[in-house]
Design a protein around this ligand. Structure first.
Ligand code: SAH
Ligand code: SF4
Ligand code: F3S
Length: 432
């Protein structure tokens, strides 16, 4: 069968889609690039905010009108796990539903659905790490390896622990083996992903230990990781990031709010001061470290003072960049029991002001790089202008530059000549 996979949500979903694709290919199916010419369409979905979910449901209806008669449509991922049976209601036009721990059933489920049997598999398996999956067969210059699945933190606003299950780490050997396979296929920059990678543990190896092992993998130029929960970012991890050559000086450290009252209501287990001390420790160890974050505005009970505390924290830290969201109620979470009392227009106003604040900060931080030479890992020609090259700095900033053509995967010295909030421009500068 020709199978088309469409993916929404975070890096975990991108990663899972690729894994699912390799499972289906190993079972004899082929991957389609157009839903109109597929026997089965699989949509890998995100539940993190109401809008993400609405978008998926809208897209499912649209797909039903697009696919060939006889083609089947399946939902996997976080919405599948959350809605289960509900997705088989006729309005959604769905033939099968497979939750986040049941992807091994997909080859069989797709075949059954095509033969006319609709099904839902959303059983939770707290030990599922998919370590029996086929080896990767292709890689990008910058690629990802999942080091853990699930989350046990239960931040009060968040649906992830309910749709991804309990936290479980993959064995070190499997992570290193997969990293090596990706390198053989051309990867040079590998990001270790998980909802909270700092609580990684395999026997006696914690996350700092994993970074140390990975640092010894030959031809792995850069190691990155996401996401770090502030409560679990230990000195050992900070030291590892600072000391290990391949580990990039970039930490994505979601703060969510700058107000202690809101942090407490969010069940984040740290205070504003704890967070600022952590930032201090990171910057003391690595003066050039890039810090990025996630922020939520409009959490239940957020007063103007609470919101201003978030803004002042952003000003104190000066993040390199931030993902900013307005609070969205997720049924079943603890925060859903609170009154969603910040009016929508106030949420939007606060969101717009944090976004414009951050845009100015990012631009100012990027401008400071003008005139410096940065090590850029080449990813290929720039999409907009193929005579230019595209790559990233160790601190994950996008650089578009000119110079003699260099192959993807090369590390090139680039003189930064211009900077905006989105990209850096530069020219290749000969070494020495
Ligand atoms: N595990 C990661 C990311 C989880 S989801 C972490 O802990 O940081 C990514 C981001 O979405 C979160 O950091 C948070 O800022 C945002 N988010 C999660 N649930 C949300 C909700 N109900 N409303 C608005 N934003 C939310
Ligand atoms: Fe959600 Fe919190 Fe877990 Fe991140 S750490 S996935 S925000 S519950
Ligand atoms: Fe969304 Fe699921 Fe990721 S809810 S953010 S796709 S873990």
């Amino acid at each position: 069968m020709r199978i088309y996979i469409e993916t929404y949500g975070c890096q975990m979903n991108d990663y899972d889609s690729r894994m699912v694709s390799s499972m289906l290919t190993a079972a004899g199916h082929t991957v389609a690039t157009d839903p109109r010419r597929a026997d089965a369409v699989i949509v890998n979905t995100c539940s993190v905010r109401e809008r993400a979910e609405d978008r998926v449901l809208g897209r499912l209806r649209q797909l039903r009108g697009l696919v060939e008669p006889g083609a089947v449509i399946g939902v996997i991922g976080c919405v599948a796990q959350r809605m289960g049976d509900d997705l088989l209601r006729p309005t959604h036009g769905v033939d099968f539903v497979v939750g986040t721990d049941q992807y091994e059933r997909l080859p069989e489920t797709v075949a059954n659905a095509h033969a006319g049997s609709r099904s839902v598999s959303t059983r939770v398996a707290h030990d599922q790490t998919y370590d029996a999956r086929p080896r990767p067969t292709e890689a990008s210059t910058c690629d990802f390896v999942s080091v853990m699945r699930g989350c046990d933190n239960y931040c009060s606003y968040c649906i992830v622990p309910y749709v991804r299950g309990r936290e479980r780490s993959r064995p070190v050997e499997r992570i290193i083996e997969e990293t090596r396979s990706l390198i053989e296929l051309g990867a040079r920059d590998v990001t270790f992903i998980g909802q909270n990678v700092n609580s990684y543990r395999d026997g006696g190896v914690d996350f700092a230990g994993l970074l140390r092992v990975a640092n010894d993998v030959p031809a792995l130029a850069r190691i990155r990781f996401a996401t770090s929960h502030p409560k679990d970012l230990t000195d050992a991890v900070i030291d590892a990031v600072g000391d290990l050559d391949s580990v990039c000086e970039h930490v994505h450290l979601p703060v969510q709010s700058g107000s202690d009252a809101i942090l407490k209501a969010m069940n984040r287990s740290y205070t504003r001061d704890d967070y600022l001390r952590l930032v201090d420790r990171l910057r003391t160890k690595m003066p050039g470290v890039a810090l990025t974050t996630d922020v939520i505005v409009g959490f239940p009970g957020e007063t103007q003072e609470d919101y201003l505390a978030t803004l002042s924290l952003m000003d104190e830290v000066r993040f390199d960049s931030a993902f900013m969201f307005r609070y969205s109620v997720r049924t079943g979470t603890n925060a859903a029991k609170l009154v969603d009392d910040v009016p929508e227009d106030v949420k939007l106003e606060r969101l717009e002001s944090v976004i414009s604040f951050q845009r100015v900060a990012t631009e100012e931080i990027n401008r400071r790089l003008v005139g410096t030479v940065q090590e850029v890992l080449v990813e290929g020609p720039s999409e907009r202008n193929t005579s230019l090259l595209f790559g990233k700095t160790r601190t994950a900033k996008v650089v578009i530059f000119d110079g003699p053509s260099a192959p993807a995967g090369g590390l090139e010295p680039v003189l930064i000549t211009e900077a905006s909030a989105w990209t850096l421009r530069g020219t290749h500068t000969p070494a020495g």
